[in-house]
Design a protein around this ligand. Structure first.
Ligand code: FES
Length: 125
C-alpha cells in the first residue's frame, strides 16, 4: 500500500509539465467532488462555487488507504479550503495537503486551471 501512496506528490504550478484536460466545467458537480484518472493516479477534483476556486488532490486517504476523498464533504476552516474524508472525518487542507488537526498525515495537491470552460490539472510527470 505504501507503494501506491508514493506516486502522489504535490505539484506546484511552476513545476507543471503537463496540463491534463479532464473535462468541461459543466461535467463537474458544484460544491462537491469528482474523481478523474491520470496514468495510475486517482485524483479528486473540487469546484468551490462560493469562492469560484477549484482544487485537486489525491483521491487516496492516507489514514486507511481508502480511495474516497472525492466523496468527502468540502468546506473551509478559518478560511482554508478543506475536504473531510467520508470514512473517519479527517480534514485536509486543499491548499497544502496538511492534516488540519496537526496529525502526521498529508495528501498531495495539484494545480487546477480553467480555460475556455475546460478544466485542466497540472502534473509534473
Ligand atoms: S480512511 Fe480517511 S479518515 Fe480514515
Amino acid at each position: 500500500m505504501q507503494e501506491i501512496l508514493k506516486q502522489y506528490e504535490s505539484v506546484n504550478e511552476a513545476d507543471v509539465k503537463n496540463w491534463f484536460e479532464v473535462g468541461n466545467v459543466s461535467d463537474f458537480p458544484e460544491n462537491s467532488g469528482a474523481c478523474i484518472k491520470y496514468k495510475s493516479k486517482q485524483i479528486a477534483v473540487y469546484n468551490f462555487t462560493r469562492t469560484a476556486k477549484w482544487y485537486a488532490c489525491q483521491n487516496l486517504c492516507p489514514h486507511k488507504m481508502e480511495m474516497v476523498l472525492s466523496l468527502g464533504m468540502i468546506g473551509d476552516k478559518g478560511g482554508i479550503p478543506k475536504v473531510a474524508c467520508p470514512m473517519h472525518k479527517k480534514n485536509f487542507s486543499l491548499e497544502d495537503g496538511s492534516n488540519l488537526a496537526g496529525e502526521d498525515l498529508k495528501i498531495a495537491t495539484y494545480p487546477v486551471k480553467i480555460k475556455n470552460g475546460i478544466v485542466y490539472i497540472g502534473f509534473s510527470d
